[in-house]
Design a binder for this molecule. Structure first.
Ligand code: ADP
Length: 469
């Protein structure tokens, strides 16, 4: 039987029933094994206390007073004065259980001797059948199920013998009442468990069922759902997480739609150019010149880059990219990239630190720098600064431009894939910074942007210094 195949209702019912059955079993065990022993201890205390109290008041020779004490503690008592006054009282409470009722004065002698011989003048014994036969030589008056405590004390210099006694087994009537109470309480407990499990499971499972219905709608592409199940803290947390997830899914879905629109647009423009120029040169051979061929080559290159970026990003997102860490000179890498960007009309200023050896994946860091420098050159008004500096045992690399900057609310979004500022339409896939982000995350390095509108932007990341430097 696999419990996790059961509905919540059935599981709760099973748990509560199991728990109740445990309680019932415990109650029965308690009544059969523990309660009789507790009863015996209580009874024994009663017998001893009654004996002490009767000994204290016996010199009043007041039979009524002695009887009151015996009644209060539900014991039988015999008080014998051994000072030749030849007075004695026998007080029996519940005669049917009173052992002393059946004992004559000769037989009392047994308890007198026991009290006399014991060091403190006290004798306390649970009388069993065999013992009494031995001592009295006569068991005719004893019941078979006899079980009692007799407590006898000698006081007033041996002139007062007080014997108290009571049965230590509960009477059958008391036992029966207890049994009835136990049966009724067990059945009530079971009933309460069933009702409780029904109500609790209804309270817990109904919102889950409703929620699961709503969650199914997400699968059909409906992201307008707002979850609002706040019956308890856990449901409230789940609701918050689901709302967050749906919001993110909606954003991704929106980006995906935009991507299809953008990428198809991005692909279409260069493809149209390539095919038009191709046809033009085919129809008019005099149009075959280096200018037109360059256009075809540039557009083909752009297509190549775009497809590579998309493939790269998907590899990062599927965790297929691994790091190949080496020690390399970051200064040399930056200078190398600047040489490739010499044709830019914007000026490039370098502020490079003396230390240059860093430890990272060189090819991937080259990709990061390429993306950041290309963007900076693109968005700068007139110049960019590339800076390296050792900060807190790390190499800070910053690319600073004097462009329009990025407003606060978009600074987080620019790292999302396919995000691009709306005013740029073609030749911008919105993939570059998401690749930068993935590479920095893979390296587990700090990265970010400081920017304000009309004040330019500073994109930065930190690299681990090489231990060889
Ligand atoms: P792309 O440049 O192809 O649009 P990116 O992922 O490189 O894609 O950049 C995403 C967006 O971030 C850009 O569309 C632009 O809005 C913004 N951005 C990136 N770099 C800068 C920068 N240096 N200055 C201002 N905005 C920038």
């Amino acid at each position: 039987m696999k419990l996790n195949n059961f509905t919540l209702k059935k599981q709760l019912l099973l748990y509560l029933l199991g728990f109740t059955i445990l309680i019932v079993v415990f109650l029965w065990l308690f009544q059969v094994f523990i309660f009789p022993n507790i009863y015996k201890i209580i009874k024994k205390n009663d017998i001893i206390t009654a004996n002490e109290k009767i000994s204290a008041i016996a010199t009043n020779y007041d039979a009524q007073q002695i009887s009151d004490v015996a009644n209060r503690y539900n014991v039988c008592a015999v008080v014998i004065y051994l000072d030749n006054t030849s007075q004695s009282f026998k007080v029996s409470h519940n005669p049917q259980i009173c052992f002393l009722n059946d004992v004559d004065s000769t037989q009392m002698n047994y308890f007198y001797k026991k009290a006399l011989n014991s060091s403190e003048g006290i004798y306390l014994e649970r009388i069993g059948l065999d013992q009494v036969i031995d001592n009295r030589g006569d068991a005719a008056f004893l019941r078979k199920d006899f079980s009692a405590i007799v407590y006898s004390t000698l006081s007033l210099d041996g002139k007062l013998l007080v014997i108290t006694n009571a049965d230590t087994v509960m009477q059958t009537s008391t036992q029966n009442s207890l049994n009835i109470i136990l049966v009724v309480s067990s059945l009530t407990l079971l009933l309460v468990a069933i009702l409780l499990s029904y109500f609790i499971s209804r309270k817990v499972s109904s919102p889950i069922l409703l929620l699961s219905k709503d969650v199914k709608k997400i699968g059909t592409g409906n992201y307008d759902i707002i979850f609002d199940y706040r019956n308890n803290k856990e449901m409230s947390d789940l609701t918050n997480s689901l709302n967050h997830t749906v919001k993110k899914l909606a954003e991704v879905d929106q980006l995906r739609k935009e991507l299809i629109a953008n990428v198809s647009h991005d692909l279409k423009t260069p493809l149209t150019l390539i095919s038009s120029y191709g046809e033009l040169m085919k129809d008019y051979p005099k149009e075959i010149n280096s200018e037109n061929i360059d256009i075809i080559i540039n557009e083909a290159n752009y297509l190549n880059e775009l497809v590579n970026d998309i493939l790269d990003l998907s590899k990062y997102e599927n965790h297929l990219q691994k790091l190949n860490l080496t020690d390399f000179n970051i200064k040399a890498l930056i200078k190398d990239l600047i040489n490739l960007n010499k044709i830019s009309t914007k000026s490039i200023e370098l502020k490079l630190s003396r230390n240059a050896l860093v430890r990272a994946d060189e090819i991937k860091i080259r990709q990061v720098l390429t993306n950041l420098i290309t963007n900076a050159l693109e968005y700068a008004d007139s110049k960019i600064i590339i800076k390296t500096q050792v900060v807190d045992q790390r190499m800070l690399i910053a690319i600073i431009d004097d462009g329009a900057g990025i407003d606060q609310q978009n600074q987080e979004k620019i790292w999302d894939r396919y995000y691009r500022s709306t005013d740029k339409s073609s030749y911008h896939s919105g993939i570059g910074l998401s690749i930068v982000k993935k590479i920095c995350e893979l390296h587990q390095i700090e990265y970010g942007v400081d920017s304000a509108l009309n004040q330019g932007s500073t994109f930065y990341f930190y690299l681990e210094l090489s231990s060889k430097d």
